[in-house]
Design a protein around this ligand. Structure first.
Ligand SMILES: CC/C=C\CC(=O)SCCNC(=O)CCNC(=O)[C@H](O)C(C)(C)COP(=O)(O)OP(=O)(O)OC[C@H]1O[C@@H](n2cnc3c(N)ncnc32)[C@H](O)[C@@H]1OP(=O)(O)O
Length: 720
């Protein structure tokens, strides 16, 4: 894994561990032996460390964390590099990250391909750069820059790294040749001033000020995360303590993180990010064996907030869009809004004025459906009404060319019921964007009974092209996101009826790490949206909803949200919802005594005695109910694997990444506990049938030892 090649008086240690030259045990062994061999070899006068293939090491091997550690540690390898009597030059290309950058910081010199990037992304894995990265980097860059690089985890491009003193030279030609030439130029020069452990942190006297500022910043930006705080503590150590003691402190802080639940969740999330878009259908068709069609043009039907934002997703990556709205006034409004949103992106430096212009040039608004006959893909984004969607799909089927894909942005409706309106069910699928669609990363792609593998391949591919995290799910009521999230909403409202206030529920879930509690989310989207859907469904079933309604089809029902609607409290847009706002569209939510009165009088009129609801109950009722549904989603095959569910929650529903997602969180709580609590709540609330425990959960919980999350589906689903 590390080739030892001698060329004249230069030994080259070439790391060969594709795809990213991670510093796995055999690489560490190879580097250590290579350094020792080169120091013993009388003909060698300098040593070059370089990566084969596309990159210098991009870090430690993440798969080794959580397993019994194997010597030599990276620090021991690094100390041997620094102690070398012959100059060691690290020659960087690609992405020199984490442990890879640490290898470079142990070296006496660092040169780099001018296109390379460096960085310490450990914080994103809930770790710190634990092979002396936190105490070596400040010696080169000063404290403020080191704190920023290490706590953000961001990559730094080579010219910037040169400016900060991380690199000694940029190379535009052949890196290996240049590295050998550079190595020859430093032979015989003193090494002690090149050994970072011998150099002081130049701005050590200012450490407390930098620490306090950076701590306040990370507590605000990375609320609830422990890794950025430990990074800062270790960097502070680099300035306050002798080198050896600082290294000891760093090691202790690293160990604390390595064994933390947060790091386990973040490492799981790293691999889940890569695994979730890899789709597979029950038929065996998969990303590996199915080719996508190339989409060159798109029509978006419906120019409301959602349709407009979806159009932006395509035009900003150069895919022309026809935006269709039946009413010209609405269409012109939408086109104006899109222009303004893109102008906002220019102001935020996300795109240039030129890119905005180019995007708008490939957007065309139309008021007739007939115009979409030639597009490759249609995304329908009209009001959530099955009949309306069926009518539109039937018309699209007649208008569009036979090869065109017809997709719906429905958030809940069964794709099969939409597909039956066409003569091309194989080319019908769901593309469920999350609001605001031009910002939210998630795309929940939905296949129906007849959706063809090539349609699936195409919607997954186009999702990637527009920069979304695409996850494939099978059609069912609400798919994965809304189906599971419905339990959170239901339980949150039921708890208001039993004793909680909106701010109590939101605070507990936000302290848990959710981006927003369910009531703040409802205020954002508007309580009128849910009201319309409930009325629509009641009408379909011939049911009359009143304030006295407590059960619908035998299921517990709360009319509290309906009261809110009747009071005109639609949320932020009316300046009043579950909270009070300074004015319509203001963002800061204030608890509202009027809401407390509404809730109290609702309870009185229904004869409900209110009680104190402890935080743990709020967590369990909202999250365990969703988790139980998640197991049903898995046992039915709606989601292929737990990672898919977790990625949907992270990118679509604001679940804290440092908790992995609801399914990973369940694995940390323990399935026996989850199962017992689900059974307890099912006993307590028999009229909320979603508490009926999932068979998959029950079976997994019955194993004498915890079944690891990567075996949940393989172990039990096939036997259900
Ligand atoms: C004492 C402790 C010392 C040090 C601590 C550390 O070093 S922690 C690790 C720090 N490094 C990182 O976090 C880098 C992680 N990797 C990346 O950010 C990207 O992979 C990278 C390097 C920018 C390349 O991106 P690209 O999009 O080109 O590839 P992709 O991400 O799909 O990765 C390709 C496959 O490689 C696997 N992989 C990547 N990095 C690691 C790693 N450090 N350890 C193990 N495996 C890694 C990745 O999972 C992909 O595998 P696949 O099977 O194809 O899904």
């Amino acid at each position: 894994m590390v080739d030892y090649i001698v060329d004249g008086n230069i030994a080259v240690l070439e790391i060969n561990n594709p795809p990213v030259n991670a510093l796995s045990i055999h690489v560490r062994e190879g580097l250590l032996t290579g350094i020792q061999k080169a120091n013993q070899d009388g003909s060698v006068q300098a040593i070059v460390i370089i990566g084969k293939g596309s990159t210098f090491p991009s870090g430690a091997d993440i798969r080794e964390f959580g397993k019994p550690p194997k010597e030599p540690w990276l620090t021991a390898v690094g100390e041997a590099i620094e102690a070398s009597e012959k100059p060691v030059i690290s020659a960087l290309h690609g992405t020199a990250l984490g442990g890879g950058l640490e290898v470079a910081l142990f070296s006496h010199y660092r040169i780099a391909d001018e296109r390379s990037r460096v960085g310490f992304p450990e914080v994103k894995l809930g770790l710190l750069p634990g092979a002396q990265g936190t105490i070596r980097l400040p010696r080169l860059t000063g404290l403020a820059v080191a704190m920023r690089i290490i706590t953000s985890g961001d990559h730094i491009n080579a010219p910037e790294a040169l400016k900060y003193g991380i690199l000694d030279k940029l190379i535009s030609g052949n890196l290996l040749q240049e590295a050998k030439t550079f190595a020859k130029s430093v032979i015989g020069k003193p090494l002690d001033n090149r050994r970072l452990s011998k150099i002081a942190v130049r701005d050590a006297a200012t450490v407390d000020k930098h620490f306090d500022e950076a701590l306040a910043e990370v507590k605000r930006k990375y609320k609830g995360m422990i890794a950025p705080v430990n990074c800062l503590k270790s960097i502070r150590g680099s300035a306050k303590l002798p080198f050896v003691e600082a290294a000891r402190l760093e090691a202790a802080l690293f160990r604390e993180l390595l064994t933390s639940a947060q790091s386990a969740a973040l490492r799981y999330s790293f691999f889940a990010d890569r695994s979730a878009p890899r789709w597979k259908l029950p038929s065996g068709a998969s990303i590996e064996n199915t080719k996508p069609d190339i989409i060159k043009s798109v029509a978006v039907i419906g120019a409301g907030t959602m349709g407009s934002a979806i159009a932006i997703c395509f035009i900003r990556v150069g895919i022309p869009v026809l935006l269709v709205e039946q009413n010209d006034k609405l269409l012109q409004n939408a086109l104006k809004n899109i222009g303004q949103i893109l102008q906002g992106s220019v102001k935020l430096n996300r795109i240039t004025a030129d890119q905005r212009k180019q995007s708008l040039q490939i957007l065309r608004g139309e008021t007739s459906l007939d115009i979409v006959s030639d597009v490759d893909l249609v995304v329908e984004a009209v009001f959530e009404n099955l009949k309306l969607k069926q009518e539109i799909f039937a018309r699209l089927d007649k208008i569009c060319k036979p090869s065109a894909l017809l997709c719906s942005n429905t958030s809940t409706l069964d794709i099969d019921k939409i597909a039956v309106a066409t003569n091309r069910p194989g080319k019908v699928a769901g593309m469920h964007f999350f609001a605001p669609a031009h910002i939210m990363k998630l795309l929940e792609n939905v296949y129906g009974t007849h959706t063809s593998p090539s349609t699936v391949a195409t919607i997954m591919d186009i999702g990637k092209r527009i920069g979304k995290v695409s996850v494939l799910v099978r059609t069912c009521d609400g798919f994965v996101a809304n189906r599971m999230n419905r339990m959170v909403g239901n339980e949150a409202v039921f708890m208001l009826e039993e004793g909680a206030l909106p701010q109590d529920v939101d605070r507990v879930l936000e302290d848990f790490g959710m981006a927003m509690g369910p009531f703040r989310v409802t205020d954002l989207s508007g309580s009128d949206v849910g009201w319309r859907i409930r009325q629509e469904r009641a009408k379909e079933q011939g049911i009359q909803l009143t304030y006295e309604t407590r059960f619908v089809n035998g299921e517990r029902y709360s009319s509290l949200p309906d009261r809110l609607y009747e009071l005109g409290r639609y949320g932020q847009k009316t300046g009043k919802g579950w909270y009070r706002y300074e004015k319509p569209f203001a963002r800061t939510a204030y608890p509202d005594p009027e809401i407390t009165d509404v809730i109290n009088s609702h309870c009185r009129s229904l004869g409900i005695e209110r009680r104190v609801i402890p935080p743990q109950e709020i967590i369990e009722r909202c999250l365990f109910a969703a988790i139980n549904e998640g197991f049903k989603v898995l046992e039915e095959g709606v989601a292929e694997k737990p990672e898919n569910i977790d990625i949907i929650w992270q990118y679509g529903l604001g679940f804290p990444r440092y908790r992995g997602g609801p399914m990973f969180y369940a694995s940390q709580v323990g399935l026996k506990t989850i199962y017992e609590r689900v059974c307890y709540y099912y006993d307590a609330f028999p009229h909320s049938s979603y508490w009926a425990p999932s068979d998959l959960l029950r079976k997994l919980a019955s194993h004498s030892t915890e079944v690891p999350i990567d075996q949940w589906t393989s172990k039990e689903r096939s036997r259900l």
